[in-house]
Design a protein around this ligand. Structure first.
Ligand code: BGC
Length: 904
């Protein structure tokens, strides 16, 4: 969570850098052991079902300007073997390469269910070898459908008792469900995942999780227990078409536990008709409506051996999903935090309203004591009315409530298992007595992605917006990127996903998450190549609006840019080609006019057919670039040519050369055309003027865009040299603006620019306006990929030093290591501190003030620019150039502190 403490830490580090970095001493110890070892973007994953997994590591060196010139990976079948430096599974040997990411396995076939141990070392620029890294692990999942022996079984509460003979040396549980499961062994929950498995197009693919259960099992009697919830599997598949019904009528479990004994014997315990089933305490559960739980129906000991289950019936086997069983290779959904309520009020007798102080996703834990049969109802809301009662008008059809019936045995603790809510307020009714702040704890739940970035600046409103983005992004990660977390949607709306993916990738460790979602998209592709608006498909038009469908090429492209993931381009190339063919078949005379949403939640309407056509151009040009990356030059050229034809047709159809405007002159219309370089050269300046005049004079420095347009607009203004204007929009606090949301007390981003609280579409937790977060990092923080590079190998640090801002600090843990940029500006002097990972390099752009003369620049106390020229000799600083008031330094890896000063 981004909280006050974290911000203080960031600022503390920032001050330290400023004061202390000039004195940094670089020793001569050479290359240090690599850290951050990842396999398929995950650290020590269990259940990898990629036959040739990819590895990455982060390099360290005590000197600047260091590169990896070679690496060696050792993979062993045992920890001891690896300790002896034996690469009995794969010894890559010394490979001359600077690749420390996306390194593909090239050893012999990896076996189903087997665990492997690996480590890596590298050689630096001078040819010195680092020590080996600490050992990491990865374990293969079940690689073939034939490895699965169990059957799908249905039920609400399931159990199986069995005997084991001998000393157990290893046991793995492979578990999935249509819906959600909670697996228990001998009375205890297995693992910390909740709302598992991920929401997928179940008939095509179901994801299983692997757990190490060695220590849960014992020689003698054992028992498995499973609780099942319907999740997305038993909710209607189509929102607008209830006839289609749910994926499945009842939740179902598929489980296989492989147990290995001393001496080599192995057995599997699987889900099948020998399990017993009954109705448990969960009376009903629904993602949207919440859970009804009757504690009087609990059966103590049901998940332990020796329980009398004679009254239970045989579990029903079911066909279940016949789709692919894939390993769930992304961070799971977890309870990541607990929140103490900020206050309780009682707006009416016997009605208590708890304020969590933060709009959050998840549920609450209830602590209560009272007579058996007492029913406590928890109702969730994002808003309250002026009289303090909860306002649930914006929840659509979601009942969003949990009901707990007490068993009446001392203090009882309850939290639901198979639902989640988006809320800040909780109304408690039916509570025996008067609740206290200790009666509830907020449980923050979402996909547990790690933090990757931080951004903080001297202007508080920016930090507030960043905090809202942080929360809105996380609370909209539920195995898929969702639109909202409170009403009856919570879907993988693709437009929202593409608009915010870059922001998400800088704030969080998203590589595995989007790898999974991209496969979900491919699974949802229609036979004609088109895609739905939501993935898995539930809401929206068919085909989706192009701003939504475009998530497919765009997310693939962002994976390539941010992580250098070439495999994702390879794996999706054919399906993307099909998608482009679909677009082409619907474009008349090279203009694609099909549309639904256009610029969603806009304030000035931009014609959807124009927006659709811009996306068509964008998608085709991206596809051409992908073909280029994959070395398919013929296709790259022919799609490049097609893009050119689309561009010409678009200008003929939508550009008004007399007024220098696109479509109907909105900010979105002109911003999209300028961003994608559609504007004929001789008109460019005039179109820029139309756009900036509309913002400044037409709307008093306010936006009129929806979430589609604004994603283009902010980076565009920076690329036009108008970061000042983008900044004014970013810190604006009157309607419409992000700051307006903050000033009106928002703790997550709204769906609409307007402050609405009535029925209809006005969620108070949507991430789609969060795209500005990427602009914070790129423009204000200054962290950018070099346009010719991917995966942060070549970096461009170019902070936009706008007048009103005194300092900003950004840091991103990229796939190659930490990249950071912190700057401060006071009249007459500019300081920029930069961190560049080993094996990367950067251009550091240091701007002087407009009127400055006699510019001198120091790095770490040494002069690197004086008398109008570069002064060489500073280690790591390789070259410098001046263009007007912009000074660009070429640096290798390491930490640098630039100071610029000049006279007037
Ligand atoms: C969702 C949006 C989505 C839109 C498109 C809404 O109901 O909440 O975020 O992109 O529909 O139609």
């Amino acid at each position: 969570m981004f909280d006050g403490n974290r911000r203080l830490q960031v600022m503390g580090a920032f001050v330290f850098l400023f004061l202390g970095s000039a004195g940094v001493v670089y020793g001569a110890e050479g290359p240090a052991a690599p850290t951050g070892l990842r396999c398929e973007y995950l650290s020590n994953p269990m259940g990898v079902d990629v036959q040739k997994p990819r590895f990455s590591w982060v390099l360290h060196h005590t000197e600047r300007a260091q590169m990896q010139t070679a690496y060696q990976i050792l993979i062993a079948g045992s920890a001891e073997g690896l300790g002896r430096d034996a690469g009995d599974v794969w010894d890559s040997g010394k490979v001359e390469s600077s690749d420390s990411t996306q390194v593909g396995y090239a050893g012999k076939g990896l076996s189903s269910g087997k665990k492997y141990y690996w480590k890596v070392r590298y050689w630096d620029t001078a040819g010195n070898a680092s020590p080996y890294s600490a050992a990491a692990q990865f374990e293969m999942g079940l690689l073939s459908r034939d490895d699965w022996k169990g059957q799908w079984i249905e039920g609400n509460l399931l159990r199986k008792e069995f005997d084991l003979e001998g000393k157990i040396v290893r046991a793995r549980a492979y578990v999935t469900a249509l819906g959600y499961y909670e697996l228990r062994i001998n009375g205890e929950k297995v693992g910390r995942n909740v709302l598992d498995p991920a929401f997928t197009t179940y008939p095509k693919r179901v994801l299983y999780t692997t757990y190490d259960v060695t220590r849960r099992l014992r020689s003698g009697k054992n028992a498995f227990g499973a609780m099942l919830g319907g999740g997305w599997a038993t909710l209607g598949r189509r929102f607008f078409d209830p006839e289609v019904g749910p994926y499945y009528k009842a939740p179902a479990l598929l489980l296989q536990v492989n147990i290995e004994f001393e001496g080599g014997k192995t057995i599997s315990v699987v889900s099948d008709g020998s399990w017993k089933a009954t109705q448990g305490p969960i009376v009903s559960d629904s993602v949207y409506d919440g859970e009804v739980y009757d504690a009087r129906r609990e059966q103590p000991g049901w998940d332990q051996p020796g329980f009398d289950d004679s009254a239970w019936s045989a579990a029903q086997t079911a066909e279940g999903s016949t789709g692919v069983l894939s390993a769930q290779m992304m961070p799971p959904i977890r309870v990541v935090d607990s929140i103490v309520p900020r206050s309780i009020s009682s707006p009416m007798p016997y009605v208590f309203v708890f304020d969590m102080g933060q709009n959050m996703s998840g549920w609450v834990q209830l602590r209560v004591q009272g007579p058996a049969g007492t029913r406590v109802t928890l109702r969730f809301a994002e808003l309250v009315y002026p009289d303090g009662t909860i306002n649930r008008e914006n929840l659509g059809g979601a009942k969003s409530r949990d009901i707990y019936t007490l068993k009446g045995q001392g203090e009882e603790t309850y939290e639901p298992r198979f639902t989640y809510h988006g809320f800040r307020y909780v109304e408690v009714t039916g509570f025996p007595g008067t609740p206290s702040l200790d009666s509830l704890r907020g449980r923050v739940v979402h996909t547990a992605v790690g933090a990757a970035g931080s951004f903080v600046a001297s202007k508080q409103i920016l930090n507030d917006i960043q905090r809202l983005i942080h929360w809105s992004q996380l609370t909209n990660l539920f195995s898929i990127p969702t639109d909202c977390d409170q009403r009856n949607e919570r879907q993988g709306w693709m437009g929202d996903a593409q608009a915010t993916a870059e922001e998400a990738m800088m704030n969080f460790d998203m590589a595995a998450f989007y790898t999974n979602f991209i496969r979900d998209i491919r699974d949802a592709q229609f036979p004609d190549g088109s895609l739905p608006d939501t993935v898995p498909r539930k809401y929206g038009g068919v085909p989706g609006d192009l701003g939504w469908q475009t998530a497919y090429p765009l997310l693939c492209w962002y994976m390539w840019q941010q992580y250098g993931d070439r495999r994702i381009l390879e794996e999706n190339y054919d399906a993307l080609k099909k998608y482009v063919a679909f677009l082409r078949s619907h474009a008349q005379d090279n203009v694609y006019r099909l549309h639904w949403e256009g610029d969603w939640v806009e304030l000035a309407h931009t014609p959807g057919d124009y927006i659709g056509d811009v996306w068509y151009y964008y998608d085709v040009s991206l596809f051409s670039k992908m073909a280029q990356v994959l070395g398919k030059s013929d296709e790259a050229a022919s799609y490049g040519q097609l893009a050119g034809q689309i561009k010409d047709a678009l200008n003929r159809a939508f550009f008004d050369a007399h007024t220098d405007n696109y479509a109907n002159r909105t900010q979105t219309a002109n911003a999209m055309a300028l961003s994608l370089d559609l504007v004929p050269k001789e008109h460019r300046e005039a179109v820029v003027r139309s756009l900036t005049d509309d913002i400044v004079y037409g709307h008093n420095t306010h936006l009129t865009t929806g979430f589609i347009g604004v994603k283009f607009l902010m980076p565009l203004l920076t690329s036009l040299g108008r970061s000042d204007l983008a900044y004014d929009l970013a810190v604006q606090t009157t309607y419409p603006s992000w700051g307006y949301m903050v000033e009106r007390g928002a703790t997550t981003l709204w769906e609409l620019w307007q402050d609405k609280s009535g029925p209809g579409m006005n969620s108070h937790d949507h991430i789609m306006f969060g795209s500005v977060g990427a602009w914070f990092y790129n423009a204000l923080g200054g962290i950018n990929l070099d346009p010719e590079s991917v995966g942060y190998q070549h970096i461009r640090i170019a902070p936009q030093i706008v007048e009103d801002l005194h300092w900003a600090s950004a840091s991103v843990d990229t796939i190659r290591g930490t990249v950071s940029s912190s700057w401060s500006h006071s009249p007459g002097s500019i300081a920029i501190d930069v961190t560049v990972p080993v094996s990367s390099d950067a251009q550091v752009v240091v701007p002087a003030e407009a009127q400055m003369t006699d510019v001198v620049i120091w790095e770490g106390g040494r002069v690197v620019w004086e008398d109008g020229r570069y002064v060489s000799g500073d280690p790591g600083v390789k070259a410098a150039t001046q263009q007007g008031r912009i000074f660009t330094f070429q640096v290798g890896s390491g930490n640098y502190s630039f100071r610029l000063a000049g006279g007037e």
